[in-house]
Design a protein around this ligand. Structure first.
Ligand SMILES: [Zn+2]
Length: 284
């Protein structure tokens, strides 16, 4: 059973029905996901909800043709992006959906993430990566076909492992060079050619922290639409070696006592935080 985490489909399954892109323009009334960067446009100061046809400001200009991504409460749900630098109409604000902003609940963050992932694919799949031809849609899905060379292209979703390594009551946490000083998280990284997920866990821990692990077991996964990762979560036990950060990607790596953890990942919506909170404590 997949954990109930933001950005996974179960979070919105009572409200949202995914649909393939429409073949004909859809002008039925409905709801809008309007994105500006990694933020969702909502009306300011009221209980947050998706914008509807009636509430959509006229001066909101999409960067590309809006796209229906499914049904929200039984009505069409269309997604669009607006440029990062356009001023918002009075009475509206753009709330970030990656971080756990208390003004935006997990449900809206999840549908915003889904829209962002779809629009990212649409923007990056206009031309054939083999011959440069203009791609056309394969009916009833998000795939594209190249009329020039016949290649088919499907949404790119990138698998990444993320792992909590334990040594008794100690947790291995690392600080990535790109993160704020003082904030620690789990070892994570992209799957490489020729690897199983478990082999990826072993390699990433070895590269980022210099140690060996064993007893690798799967605990859950999360869609991470920034822009299009699949985070596959694991636990592993320490097997040998001295912790030593690689000094490039990872600048600090330590064992922390489970009851004395440092500042953790900024996004409480992430599987990283969920793994630490769910599996960080020893069973007594
Ligand atoms: Zn082609």
């Amino acid at each position: 059973m997949s954990p109930l985490l933001p950005f996974n489909a179960t979070m919105v399954c009572d409200l949202f029905t995914p649909l393939p892109p429409e073949q004909e323009p859809d002008d039925t009334p409905g709801f809008w996901v309007v994105l500006q960067g990694a933020a969702l446009l909502v009306r300011a100061g009221v209980e947050q909800a998706l914008l509807t046809d009636e509430t959509l400001p006229e001066d909101i200009i999409p960067e590309a043709e809006p796209l229906r991504i499914g049904l929200w409460q039984g009505q069409s749900l269309r997604a669009m992006r607006i440029a990062r630098d356009v001023p918002l109409p009075a009475g509206y604000e753009a709330l970030p959906f990656q971080v756990a902003d208390i003004r935006l609940g997990n449900t809206l963050a999840t549908i915003a993430g889904r829209a962002a992932q779809v629009l990212h694919w649409e923007r990056r799949s206009r031309f054939c990566s083999h011959c440069g031809g203009v791609l056309t849609r394969i009916p009833d899905g998000w795939g594209k076909r190249c009329p020039s060379c016949g290649d088919e292209h499907y949404p790119h979703i990138h698998p990444c492992i993320i792992v909590l390594v334990k040594r008794g009551a100690e947790l291995l946490l690392i600080r990535n060079a790109a993160w704020n000083t003082g904030r620690f998280s789990l070892v994570a990284g992209f799957l490489d050619f020729g690897e199983s997920l478990e082999e990826c866990v072993q390699r990433e821990v070895r590269e980022e922290a210099g140690i060996e692990v064993t007893n690798i077991r799967y605990v859950g996964s999360q869609c991470w639409p920034f822009p299009s990762q699949q985070m596959v979560g694991f636990l592993a036990d320490y097997a040998g070696g001295e912790v030593k950060p690689d000094g490039v990607e990872v600048v600090e790596a330590y064992w922390f006592q489970e009851d004395a953890l440092p500042m953790l990942p900024g996004s409480k919506r992430s599987i990283s935080r969920w793994i630490i909170e769910t599996y960080g404590k020893s069973v007594s």
